[in-house]
Design a protein around this ligand. Structure first.
Ligand code: PLP
Length: 287
């Protein structure tokens, strides 16, 4: 099936969708994005993703060429047109096409570019990886200082995923100059000690994960203690469990860090339970 994608108000077959070579997203990575998961043909935490999108745009002094109501209608239209039951919708808004290359931001008369497309993942809720868990390596966090803004500068996360692949692992966690884990290449990072879930506090040095917010809320409701502080890879290796969260993986158990098993080396009960609660609750609230 040929995907129908969205470009600046039009629904087009993917092969016909075009963006200018002068688009600042292409030339300068001057754009932001969101990924919203879809379960049972419905959007998961759409509200959270739109709120973060508005924040990312505001931090970069960009105005949205599309309203929240239009975004919702467009996401739903893409789900229907592409017959998505489980998967994701990728949305990107760039500062648009000023007609030439210049470092300076174009004036406000240049409209932003909006593109969106679906990714069909039929077994997303039941992903086999959630039953075996992820093997993680650590690498230095060499990203810029505003990773709380969800920009399309994803070269370093790509390098991190490639490093993991070359090492026979599934992903990388990033470690700051103090030797503390910031987050994963495309997910937030957690450890579990007893009844306590530990994850780095929000700041400019991590993305404010929408899945993170929901999982910490559900964890507190389920009587887990939540401690927002950074941890080292060594502390993670000695923890009872570890896991990562993101819209694309929900709650993913981490079973190995830098070649050493975490806990029993199998997905732990806390991560497994949080994944179940997350999927149940988010399915109920999906729109
Ligand atoms: N951290 C980074 C660097 C990410 O790229 C992502 C998602 O893409 C996340 C965390 C998780 O965010 P969310 O739960 O909103 O998907």
């Amino acid at each position: 099936m040929i995907r129908t994608v969205y470009v600046n108000g039009d629904y087009l077959p993917e092969g016909e969708a075009k963006v200018s070579i002068f688009d600042r997203g292409f030339l300068m990575a001057d754009g932001v994005y969101e990924v919203t998961s879809v379960l049972d043909g419905k959007l998961i935490d759409f509200d959270g993703h739109v709120k973060r999108l508005w924040r990312s745009l505001a931090e970069l002094e960009m105005t949205s060429p599309i309203s929240e109501a239009e975004l919702l209608a467009m996401h739903r239209e893409l789900v229907v047109r592409n017959g998505i039951d489980q998967g994701m919708i990728y949305l990107q808004i760039t500062r648009g096409n000023p007609g030439d290359r210049s470092f300076l931001f174009p004036d406000a008369s240049v409209p932003g570019t909006v593109v969106a497309f679906t990714q069909d993942v039929p077994n997303m809720a039941d992903a086999p990886a959630a039953k075996t868990g992820h093997k993680i390596i650590t690498i230095p966090d060499l990203r810029w200082g505003r990773v709380d803004i969800k920009t399309v500068q994803l070269l370093y996360p790509s390098i991190g995923k490639m490093a993991a692949k070359k090492a026979g692992a599934d992903d990388s966690w990033l470690v700051d100059e103090q030797g503390l884990v910031t987050e994963g290449t495309s997910n937030n990072a957690y450890i579990v000690k007893g009844n306590r879930i530990i994850t780095r506090a929000l700041g400019n040095d991590i993305l404010h994960g929408i899945t993170r917010a929901a999982v910490l809320r559900f964890a507190a409701e389920a009587q887990f203690e939540v401690e927002e502080r950074p941890f080292t890879p060594t502390e993670a290796q000695g923890a009872d469990e570890a896991f990562s969260t993101a819209a694309s993986i929900f709650v993913m158990p981490v079973v190995e860090l830098d070649g050493k098993p975490v806990g029993t080396g199998k997905p732990g009960p806390v991560a497994t339970r949080l994944r179940e609660i997350y999927l149940d609750e988010m399915r109920k609230a999906a729109i």
